[in-house]
Design a protein around this ligand. Structure first.
Ligand code: TYD
Length: 138
């Protein structure tokens, strides 16, 4: 996987004077079967989350509220996606380094994953990630 495999997906949007509505479906807008959903909230100013890679977990991230930056890195190239609309989702396939920062006040990051939580799937050291990636081990 490279950062070219990361996809910003525009989600359906029903604009309505009563309030807008968007939705996601697995195996459709989210290109995998959802095994887990978690959310990150109440992030104090200046904090970062998710500085790691997953060996076999793919994710889909939505800024349900507020905004934040998602930085993706494949060991050679790095790209920043600013998520600030609830009708966009960012698909990050397995094997990429990712970090989330610049959370706005009251932001809410909703994350869907295609695996159950398993710490052994994490690579938490960037140098190790870079080495595994350049050896083709992930
Ligand atoms: P972690 O993935 O390290 O957070 P981040 O990468 O966003 O900085 O998770 C923080 C804690 O939450 C960690 O102790 C494990 C727990 N956790 C779960 O139990 N299940 C989950 O699905 C996730 C994502 C985290």
């Amino acid at each position: 996987m490279t950062i070219d495999d990361v996809k910003l997906v525009e989600l359906p949007r029903f604009n309505d004077p009563r309030g807008n509505l968007s939705f996601v479906e697995q195996n459709n807008h989210i290109p995998f079967e959802i095994q887990r959903t978690y959310w990150i909230y109440d992030v104090p100013g200046g904090e970062n989350r998710g500085g790691h890679a997953y060996k076999s977990t793919s994710e889909f991230i939505i800024a349900i509220s507020g905004s934040f930056d998602v930085i993706v890195d494949d060991g050679e190239q790095r790209k920043t996606y600013t998520l600030n609309r609830s009708y966009y989702g960012l698909y990050i396939p397995k094997g990429l380094w990712r970090q989330i920062e610049n959370f706005s006040t009251n932001s809410l990051a909703l994350e869907f994953a295609d695996t159950k939580y398993d710490r052994s799937d994490y690579i938490e050291n960037y140098d190790e990630y870079s080495r595994l990636k350049s050896n083709g081990e992930i």
